[in-house]
Design a protein around this ligand. Structure first.
Ligand code: HEC
Ligand code: HEC
Length: 262
């Protein structure tokens, strides 16, 4: 028997072999690309065309997955980088000092609040800038501060940040930190406060807490826990505050305010 006759359509066996291969091929395409994917209930597999695309690994952007819904509130739009506000000029600090005259009523003449507003003296420039920006965009809301930030230009915010950061901060003045501050609560996924807020380490964007009035610190922690303050990037503080006990919140607030631990 010659090769020519073996691979010829006139050969019945050859025709049957090729035919069977084609049938098996289409069957497996149907099963793999259409039937199996469309048996799944996920939205990205619904419809024959979507099932084929998904099985072939083509990204399907026009079928957003329902679970990734955007939050209904304004999120912070500030992108933090470690050196974004470095090298403030004396001109900028001077402009900031002039602008700060509108703020003294609540934040004190040199950024040390006599009422229960947060101190701004010695606060990191990045924090002041970010918080003002968040009050302006609505990412952080407060009946008093939101209107104060409303008309500030980007340069105003930089100048105010430079000015307040140039003032002396309250230094660590107290004895041993409570457990939650020094060690956190690893079983409840709470890192030590000191690992971000200074003491052990200071992470970009984490405010200086020393000297903050206890009622303010406590109110912020409760707001993070409830989610009414939600401008923390990646929910860092919301996740922490939610897992804190009321006693831990009181202890941290008292300690940062410089009160001796109960
Ligand atoms: C009428 C009182 C008042 C005035 C005036 C005021 N603030 Fe505030 N400020 C507050 C209060 C109260 C808060 C705390 C808001 C909260 O509880 O969320 C605050 C918060 C802030 C914060 C956030 C601090 C932090 O640690 O998170 C910054 C920054 C700030 N103010 C800057 C300013 C600047 C700059 C001005 C002037 C342009 C100003 N404030 C004017 C009352 C005031
Ligand atoms: C992983 C880092 C990290 C840890 C750990 C952490 N924080 Fe924070 N905290 C932040 C950041 C970042 C912010 C600023 C959020 C924003 O963008 O407004 C913040 C904000 C705060 C504020 C608001 C301060 C202000 O001036 O408005 C308080 C109060 C606070 N943290 C308390 C705590 C306490 C108490 C602990 C420990 C139980 C803690 N934090 C642990 C990162 C951290």
């Amino acid at each position: 028997m010659s090769d020519e006759r073996l691979f010829s359509l006139r050969n019945g066996w050859f025709r049957a072999g090729v035919g069977a291969a084609i049938v098996v091929f289409f069957l497996s395409v149907l099963i793999g690309f259409v039937w199996l994917p469309s048996a799944k209930s996920d939205p990205q597999f619904q419809g024959i065309w979507n099932a084929i695309c998904s099985a072939a690994g083509v990204p399907r952007l026009w079928h957003p997955v329902e679970s990734a819904v955007a939050p209904t509130w304004q999120v912070s739009t500030v992108e933090l980088t470690p050196h974004m506000l470095d090298g403030a000029t004396s001109l900028s600090i001077g402009r900031g000092a002039t602008l700060s005259l509108r703020c003294t009523m609540c934040h004190g003449p040199r950024g040390m609040s006599m009422a229960n507003s947060p101190n701004l003296a010695g606060q990191y420039a990045i924090v002041i800038y970010k918080e003002l920006h968040d009050f302006q965009t609505g990412a952080r809301q407060n009946a008093v501060m939101s209107p104060m930030a409303h008309d500030l230009s980007d340069q105003d915010m930089r100048d105010l940040a430079a000015y307040y950061a140039s003032l002396p901060a309250v230094a660590h003045l107290h004895g041993e930190a409570p457990d939650i501050v020094a060690h956190g609560a690893p079983l409840r996924n709470i890192p030590a406060c000191a690992s971000c807020h200074g003491g052990v380490d200071s992470k970009v964007g984490s405010p200086w807490l020393d000297g903050l009035p206890a009622p303010y610190t406590k109110a912020q922690l409760l707001d993070f826990a409830k989610g009414t303050r939600h401008n923390d990037i990646s929910e860092q503080m919301r996740n922490i505050a939610r897992n804190m006990t009321p006693e831990e919140i009181d202890a941290a607030a008292a300690w940062y305010a410089g009160q001796s631990p109960q």
